[in-house]
Every structure is written in structure tokens, then in C-alpha cells.
Design a protein around this ligand. Structure first.
Ligand code: FUL
Length: 440
């Protein structure tokens, strides 16, 4: 009798602590990726010297000659900005490789930079290591320079280059496949062999996540403004997706009950262009613009991949650095003082309500909530209520939560709060709640 009772008690505790996963769930590497939240994109190459966004592949290699290139400066700034990694354009659509590839004659080796002895990826890899940042690679399948582009041989050329970048520069956290598929120098279009590309990445970097319009690990968010859907599911019906998938609204929102965990990543540039243009020196996004993007990317359960173009000196421009630091300070100001740190409140989590009693009344205008996504994304709609003058008032009504949700409301003062899960596919598993009084 006693034993059975103990067993039941134990089983109960176990069950309470380890809920059964609901639907598609993230892999261990995706879980780690969610925690990164914010990292840099660096677009750099001949375009920084020709003032173009899309080089046509005929640019002379000698124009690539950054006289002050300093990957340590990039890494120092990204680290100070609070970013967790850097994804660099190892090769953009113009085909120019920032490393001396054996499979191309359009690379740093043919340029004047360091008399052809330089390797940007090597320098970046060392700088990332030194500053404790992760490294990722963007390597454009579209190649407007390579003579084999548009023929079946090109897929093998591309795979060979993929092998180089995935074996020579240490661990990569992400490999970024751009969907652009235009004509090569011979006027031909390529039929990309994505299954082979994916296989190559996974063989050499089993922990790297692959980004593309169609995943398989991370999906495009469907726009280049940095905005995830107000409702945003990390789950999506992956079998419906393909490279150059033409339904951005679908990618933006995902699918409730989606069959695969393929979270959205928000890529956006700190300037209008992806590459450096002098005439955009005064068009750098402000800390407030970036905060708005933060709320609509990280604040909707996605990651923010913020592009900083490196200029023709080979440096991050002073104006971009300033904007990044102002943004870091503003984020600190917003999220420094959690009014509801662990242990400062009591909670009672019943079936569809989460009751919270604070130690003392607090004035807040921002609520941050996270689901424990190890158990899937469950909540479809929730309401935050506060007891004001003895009466429960709705202060926030929002849809999905996922890895993180940041929502704002009118300034409200209350001691008692409750979260109603209006719609949830299974009992919600909330890992964290926070409350802030932000400047706006
Ligand atoms: C797009 C490209 O065409 C742009 O040049 C840029 O690299 C952006 C991130 O992706 O598809």
C-alpha cells in the first residue's frame, strides 16, 4: 500500500515536471539557436567598392582592396552590441569569394588586398573566436561570374566551395542559402541541387543550422523589414515549402499544428542597402527604429539577423557603430529592471490561468512571456489581466508566445495579475514571465 502510494506520488511529480511534448518540437541545436536571439549579418565584397547592391560578376578583382580591413573591429563592435555571432557573405551573387577558393578565379587571391595572400574568412574566424562569437556563412548559389553556372557541373563547383567553407574555418552555427536564382555570365539559369547542398553542410557541420526559404532548419520570415508575424508559429508544414517559395505571408506566420519546427529568422539591414554605400552614411537606422524591429522579431519568438555593411576601408562605419551602441543602451534601459524577478512573486498555475501575486504593487507597461518550447508551441491566444482598484481589467490581449513574446500596454499599477490562456492546444508550459516599466 505504502509503496503504491509513494510510487503514485513520485509518478505525479515526474509527470508534473516533464510534460508530454505537443506537436513538432525543436531539435537540440534549434533550442540553442533560439537562445542566441540577435546576431550580425555582414555583407562585404566588391560591391563596397563599386557602390552596387548586385555586382554582375564582371568586376575586376583588383578593385577589392580594403586598406584597413580589421575583422577584430567587427567582432569587437558586434560583441559590445550584445550580438552572439556573425554571418558573413563568403560569396555574394557576383561570385567573388572572400577566401582563396580552389574552384574559382574570382577571389581575394586575384585581388590586390594583401598581395593576394589574404583570407577574410580566416581572419573573421580568428576574431570570432577571440571575442566569443559564433560564426556563420552566407554563400550565394547564384553566381554571376562562374563560367559553369547554368550547367549541371556548377552544382558540383558549388558543393566543392561549400566543402571549403564548412571545413576550413572551425565550427559554424548557421549556413545561409539565399533563394535568388538568376542568370549566369552565359545567360543560363541553374537548377540548384539543394538536397545535395544540405547533405554537404550536415556532413561537415552536423550542428550548423541551414537557413533558406524552405528551411530545413530555419525559414525566411517573408520580408526584409525584420518583422515576424504578429501571430508567429515556429511550426510550419515543411512539406509545402520549396526554395524560392512564393508565399511570404505563409512564412511570416507559419502554421498552427505545423508538421515541422522551422522557426523564422528576421533579416534586415541597418541601412537601406545590404552593402556599403557612402550616400547612406546618414541613413543608418536609429536606436528607436531598431527597438521597433526588436519588438517585432525577438519579441515575436524569432531571431534577429541585423546586417551591418562593411565599408571600403574594411571597417564598420562610425555611424553604424554609434547606432548599435545607442540601441544596446536603449535595450538596457527597457529591459534592465524586471519588476517581477524570480522569487518576488507567488504563482498558482491552474488549467488555463496563471495567477501572480507580487510582493508589492508595481507600475508597468511591458510584459514578456516565454513558453518552454522543449514541449512545443502551445498557446494560440492569451490575455493578461491586472487587478486595479479591486477590479480585474484586461491590459493585454495577444496571440502566440513561442520562444518569447514582448507586449506593451498602457501604464498600469497592480499587485495581482493573471494570465488567461484563451486558447492553447495543450496545457501551457510557461518558462518565464517578466514585467517592465519602459520609457515609452
Ligand atoms: C537577398 C539578396 O539578393 C540580397 O542581395 C541580400 O543578400 C539579402 C540578404 O538576400 O535575397
Amino acid at each position: 500500500m505504502k509503496k503504491t502510494f509513494l510510487f503514485l506520488l513520485f509518478a505525479n511529480v515526474l509527470f508534473a515536471q516533464t510534460p508530454k511534448p505537443y506537436g513538432a518540437i525543436p531539435s537540440a541545436d534549434q533550442l540553442k539557436w533560439h537562445q542566441l536571439e540577435y546576431y550580425a549579418f555582414i555583407h562585404f565584397g566588391p560591391n563596397a567598392f563599386t557602390d552596387k547592391e548586385w555586382g554582375d560578376g564582371t568586376e575586376k578583382e583588383e578593385i577589392f582592396n580594403p586598406t584597413q580591413l580589421d575583422c577584430r573591429q567587427w567582432a569587437r563592435i558586434c560583441k559590445a552590441a550584445g550580438m552572439k555571432g556573425i554571418i558573413i557573405t563568403a560569396k555574394h551573387h557576383d561570385g567573388f569569394a572572400l577566401y582563396p577558393s580552389k574552384y574559382s578565379t574570382h577571389t581575394v587571391r586575384e585581388s590586390k588586398w594583401k598581395n593576394g595572400k589574404g583570407d577574410v574568412l580566416k581572419e573573421l574566424s580568428a576574431a570570432c573566436k577571440e571575442f566569443g562569437l559564433k560564426m556563420g556563412i552566407y554563400i550565394s548559389p547564384w553566381d554571376r561570374n562562374h563560367p559553369a553556372y547554368g550547367t549541371p557541373e556548377y552544382n558540383q563547383v558549388y558543393v566543392n566551395m561549400l566543402k571549403e567553407v564548412t571545413t576550413q574555418y572551425g565550427d559554424l552555427f548557421e549556413v545561409w542559402f539565399d533563394g535568388a536564382n538568376g542568370e549566369g555570365p552565359n545567360g543560363k539559369k541553374q537548377v540548384y541541387d539543394f538536397p545535395l547542398f544540405n547533405k554537404t553542410v550536415k556532413a561537415n557541420q552536423p550542428h550548423a543550422l541551414i537557413f533558406s526559404d524552405a528551411g530545413p532548419d530555419i525559414r525566411w520570415v517573408g520580408n526584409e523589414n525584420g518583422f515576424a508575424g504578429e501571430t508567429c508559429w515556429a511550426t510550419i508544414n515543411g512539406n509545402q515549402l520549396f526554395p524560392a517559395y512564393n508565399k511570404p505571408e505563409h512564412l511570416n506566420v507559419g502554421d498552427e499544428h505545423g508538421t515541422h519546427w522551422i522557426p523564422a529568422e528576421c533579416d534586415v539591414s541597418i541601412r537601406p542597402g545590404w552593402f556599403y554605400h557612402k550616400n547612406e552614411d546618414n541613413k543608418v537606422k536609429t536606436d528607436k527604429d531598431l527597438m521597433n524591429i526588436w519588438n517585432k522579431s525577438v519579441g515575436r519568438g524569432s531571431n534577429l539577423l541585423l546586417n551591418i555593411p562593411v565599408d571600403n576601408r574594411g571597417l564598420i562605419h562610425e555611424n553604424d557603430e554609434k547606432a548599435l551602441m545607442n540601441f544596446k543602451n536603449l535595450r538596457n534601459e527597457y529591459f534592465k529592471n524586471n519588476l517581477m524577478p524570480a522569487g518576488s512573486f507567488t504563482k498558482d498555475f491552474s488549467k488555463d490561468t496563471y495567477n501572480i501575486v507580487l510582493a508589492k504593487p508595481q507600475t508597468f507597461n511591458c510584459f514578456v512571456v516565454q513558453e518552454d518550447i522543449r514541449y512545443g508551441q502551445r498557446v494560440k491566444k492569451f490575455t493578461l489581466q491586472a487587478k486595479v482598484n479591486g477590479e480585474w481589467k484586461n491590459v493585454i490581449s495577444a496571440s502566440t508566445i513561442g520562444s518569447k513574446r514582448i507586449v506593451y500596454c498602457q501604464k498600469t499599477t497592480a499587485k495581482e495579475l493573471r494570465i488567461f490562456f484563451d486558447e492553447s492546444f495543450a496545457k501551457p508550459v510557461i518558462s518565464k514571465v517578466e514585467l517592465y516599466n519602459t520609457p515609452e
